[in-house]
Design a protein around this ligand. Sequence first.
Ligand code: DP6
Length: 324
Amino acid sequence: MIASASPNIAFIKYWGKRSSTAWHDRNIGLNPSLSLTLSQARTETEVRRRSAGPSAVFINQQPASEKDSQKVLTHVREICRELGLDPQSAFEIHSKNNFPQGTGIASSASAFVALTLATLGEVLGREQARSYLTVKNSELSRLARCGSGSAARSVAGPFMKWDGEFATPIASTWKLRDTILIFSREHKQVPSTEGHERVLSSPLYQERLAMRVRPRLAAVENAIAQRDLHLLGPLIEEEAEEMHRVSESGLPPVIYQKAETRQFIAALKAQTSRDFYFTLDAGPNLHVISERPVRGEMEALLHKLGITAEIWEDWTGEGPVLHS
Ligand code: DP6
């Protein structure tokens, strides 16, 4: 069975998770978060049962590393176990992204949703698997979350709210764009899984958790309900900067931004009036959120600053698809 899914960009960040030992307790966020589901970046994953031979995993047409294979196969086996099926069946799995990895586009979110849905399709059949896109969507989110926390929010669109354990869609007709400025394709030195752990040591973390995240999330929800970009924009910028400030004050600090990131943010903030706002995840690349295409303006600003960056344009999406 083949399924595809898109990443999401968080307006309120999942940053810090509960420690866990059991598979079904994995990646439960310590705070609620909220995101925009994208549409252009996709991961497509095929899962097929093998009648003979061992399981095999391919990512972007290459045999996956031992570590990635284990992660993928553990996920598939645990889903089988939860469904009361034989977890020892052999599978052949092919996963590919249409977007470059390591670009600040959260590939683990789209990867685990596509993998979860394709696995359900393969072991339960198409009709039953389709119910995970409708009535059982929160179950799809729960299973995908066990692979990667942010995947909990890539199971539907256009916006998703995740209380840390269960995610629900926010209905809206608001179309937003995400213009991603890729300053670096280097793999991040501190993977987000480790970032979630290290951030707990920051003296700023508890205050963020207790005082700031929930009111900001409520304000973001209100801005979405009003479809008001000028309300939303400052909130997402404040949130992204807080996430990075908290990470940078951890012991040891985690620094994701590059000089170009800081320079570009400073130039954006210096503009007296604008209708595009930034956010960034656990990496140096910038997501510029707007209602209209802004690629031309971003290119002009990059040129003025003497910075080179690749650009990926994306926009609002509706979530995963079960193909065949
Ligand atoms: C900064 O979902 O990648 O993008 O659960 O360990 O796989 P794991 O982490 P991951 O964390 C994403 C963190 C973030 C913010 C967000 O997407 O909310």
